[in-house]
Design a protein around this ligand. Structure first.
Ligand code: C2E
Ligand code: MG
Ligand code: MG
Ligand code: MG
Length: 292
C-alpha cells in the first residue's frame, strides 16, 4: 500500500500537478496521499529554510533576511511552498510546520550572531490558521527563549488579507507581539483591502509592496501609481516600506527616486542557504573594514 502511494506520488510529481488546484481538492484520494506525505515530512526532516536578504536602499546594507520554507521530497523532488502551504493550512499541518519554521529561523539567526555576523532581523511568514488557532504568542515566546534570541531580531510577516479577516482580533494579537518586542510587517501589501483608517491602528513596522506591482513597474503606469502611493502612505504613517520581487536596475532606480526605504529580490540575491547568507554578510562586513 505504501508502494502504491509512492507510485501515485511519483505520478503526481511527473505531471507536475498543482496540489491546491480545484481538481485536486475534489479528489479525496490524491488529497489524502499528499497529506500523508506532508504529515511525514516534518519527522523525516524534509523541510529546510532558505533566506533572502532585505537591503536598505540608501546604505545598501543587508539589515534582515526572510526565511522561506522548502520541501525536498525524496521522490517528488523540490515542492514549492505555493503548492504545499495551502494544503498544510487546510489540514492544520501548518501549525507544527509553522512552529518548526519559527524555531529554525530563530535558532539560525542566533547561530549567525554567535558566529560574529552583524546582528540582523529574521522575518518569518505566518499563515492564517497559525495566527488564529495556535496560541501564536506562546509559541513565539518559547521559540525566542529556546533559541536565546532577543525579540527585536524577529519579525513576523502577516498578509493584509489575514489581518482583514478579523481586524479586532488581529490588532490585539499584534499588540501582544509588539509588547514582546517582536516586529510585524504586512506582506503582499496592496493585494488585500485594508481600510486606511484601520491601517493607522496596526502596530506594524513595515509594509511590503507585493511583487505583482513591481514586475512591470517600469512600464505600467498603474503599477507606478500603486507603488508610489504605498511609499508615500508609509511615509505619512511612519512605516518603512519594502518592495519585494525587485529584479532589475530600472526597478531599483524607480524605487530610489520615489524614496522607497528597502528592497528584496533577485536583483540583490535569490533566497540562499544559511551558509550562503554567512558568506554574503562576511563579504559585506569585510567591505566596511577595508573602508575604515
Ligand atoms: P512571500 O512571503 O510573499 O515571499 C516572497 C516570494 O517571492 C518567495 O517565493 C520568494 O522566493 C519570491 N521572490 C523573491 N524575490 C523575487 C524576485 O525577484 N522575483 C520573483 N519572481 N520572485 C521573487 P517562495 O519562496 O516560493 O514563497 C512563496 C510564498 O509561500 C511566500 O510568499 C509565502 O506566502 C509562502 N511561504 C514561504 N515560506 C513560508 C513559511 O515558512 N510559512 C508560511 N506560512 N508561508 C511561507
Ligand atoms: Mg513573506
Ligand atoms: Mg510577499
Ligand atoms: Mg505571497
Amino acid at each position: 500500500n505504501a508502494d502504491a502511494a509512492m507510485y501515485r506520488a511519483k505520478e503526481l510529481g511527473r505531471d507536475n500537478v498543482q496540489f491546491y488546484a480545484p481538481e485536486f481538492n475534489s479528489s479525496g484520494h490524491e488529497r489524502f496521499l499528499l497529506q500523508e506525505e506532508l504529515r511525514n515530512a516534518l519527522a523525516r526532516g524534509e523541510f529546510t529554510l532558505l533566506y533572502q536578504p532585505q537591503v536598505d536602499l540608501r546604505s545598501g546594507h543587508v539589515f534582515a533576511v526572510e526565511a522561506l520554507i522548502r520541501w525536498k521530497h525524496p521522490s517528488l523532488g523540490l515542492i514549492s511552498p505555493i503548492k504545499f502551504i495551502p494544503l498544510a493550512e487546510e489540514t492544520g499541518l501548518i501549525v507544527p510546520i509553522g512552529d518548526w519554521v519559527l524555531h529554525e529561523a530563530c535558532r539560525q539567526n542566533k547561530a549567525w550572531q554567535d558566529d560574529g555576523l552583524p546582528p540582523m532581523v529574521v522575518c518569518v511568514n505566518v499563515s492564517a490558521r497559525q495566527f488564529k488557532e495556535s496560541n501564536l504568542i506562546n509559541r513565539v515566546v518559547n521559540a525566542l527563549k529556546d533559541c536565546d534570541l532577543e525579540a527585536k531580531y524577529l519579525e513576523l510577516e502577516l498578509t493584509e488579507s489575514l489581518i482583514m479577516q478579523n481586524v479586532d482580533m488581529a490588532v490585539s494579537t499584534m499588540n501582544a507581539l509588539q509588547s514582546l518586542g517582536v516586529q510585524i510587517s504586512i506582506d503582499d501589501f496592496g493585494t488585500g483591502y485594508s481600510s486606511l483608517s484601520a491601517l493607522k491602528t496596526f502596530p506594524v513596522a513595515r509594509l511590503k509592496i507585493d511583487k505583482s506591482f513591481i514586475n512591470d513597474l517600469v512600464t505600467d503606469e498603474n503599477d507606478q501609481a500603486v507603488a508610489s502611493a504605498v511609499i508615500s502612505l508609509g511615509q505619512k504613517l511612519n512605516l518603512r516600506v519594502i518592495a519585494e520581487g525587485v529584479e532589475t536596475n530600472d526597478q531599483v532606480a524607480f524605487l530610489r527616486k520615489n524614496n522607497c526605504d528597502e528592497m528584496q529580490g533577485y536583483h540583490f540575491s535569490k533566497p540562499v542557504s544559511a551558509q550562503g547568507i554567512a558568506k554574503l554578510l562576511n563579504k559585506e562586513q569585510g567591505g566596511h573594514t577595508s573602508m575604515e
